[in-house]
Ligand binder design. Structure first.
Ligand SMILES: Nc1ncnc2c1ncn2[C@@H]1O[C@H](COP(=O)(O)OP(=O)(O)OP(=O)(O)O)[C@@H](O)[C@H]1O
Ligand SMILES: [Mg+2]
Length: 235
């Protein structure tokens, strides 16, 4: 379909088995899929179906039992740990159910952190972080530490931190799972806006089917296989 555009992520024949005592559990069973710039895919499935396992494989945080994951043209299996870490910092952003912000740092510093890790100078990183915080609606909270922010505000900071490096792909694992319904809707609208504005692809794991339906494609993970929902045209 879009074969002339380079995919931001591809997995081929991806298998993950966990060995627990004598038993081997096949959580992911020969998965194949591809994601293109600006795509948005939702992953839904029962608790324990392997959604987090899948994200961990795609992020190169755990090794598949067999099969391949590519970020652009890079086959993760062929990268050294240090190259993988550097590439992850540039190529990927993460948002989890719990924000994982650093408690001792302000919102601004938390968002600037991935740029500092890349070696961007301090002042420039803070300027970019400040712009990103404005973009997620947190102009007045830049100097707050995580404990001085509401749950929804913390997720906004986590989203800003995930996007600050302009990654090709952001992996979101239940990003609104810990929020009340109204705040969850606000965060979902924000993600929708950012996905439309940026060329960043999203993979969103969620139990919320309304949230899932915002995506262009919904993948159902069941018995180790991904079943594709109907493709929707995006206005
Ligand atoms: N390190 C591990 N060792 C053995 N089994 C594991 C390990 N990690 C996960 N599993 C098993 O793999 C399966 C998938 O787990 P995973 O965390 O990916 O599910 P999930 O779909 O994210 O669930 P939830 O919706 O509850 O977050 C589960 O049955 C789990 O018990
Ligand atoms: Mg999970």
């Amino acid at each position: 379909m879009t074969s002339n555009i380079e995919s931001v992520l591809k997995c081929q024949n991806l298998v993950k088995e966990y060995q627990v005592g004598p038993e081997s559990i096949r959580v992911l069973d020969e998965l194949d899929f591809e994601l293109y710039p600006g795509d948005w895919v939702s992953v839904v499935g029962a608790s324990g179906s392997g959604k987090t396992t899948l994200l961990n494989m795609l992020a190169g945080l755990d090794l598949p039992s067999s099969g391949h994951v590519f970020w652009g043209a890079e086959d993760l299996a062929l990268l050294t740990e240090s190259k993988l870490g550097k590439l992850r910092n540039r190529h990927l952003g993460f948002v989890y159910q719990f924000h994982h912000l650093l408690a001792e740092f302000t919102a601004l510093e938390n968002v600037a952190m991935p740029l500092w890790i890349q070696g961007v100078n301090k002042k420039q990183a803070l300027e970019q972080a400040s712009k990103m915080l404005v973009r997620v609606g947190l102009l007045k909270r830049v100097n707050h530490k995580p404990a001085e922010l509401s749950g929804g505000e913390r997720q906004r900071v986590a989203i800003a931190r995930a996007l600050i490096t302009k990654p090709a792909l952001v992996l979101l694992d239940e990003p609104t799972g810990n929020l009340d319904a109204d705040t969850a809707k606000e965060i979902q609208s924000l993600l929708q806006e950012l996905n439309a504005q940026l060329q960043t692809a999203f993979i969103v794991v969620t139990h919320d089917l309304n949230f899932a339906s915002l995506a262009k494609r919904t993948l159902h993970l069941q018995a180790g296989k991904l079943h594709l929902g109907e493709e929707k045209a995006i206005a």
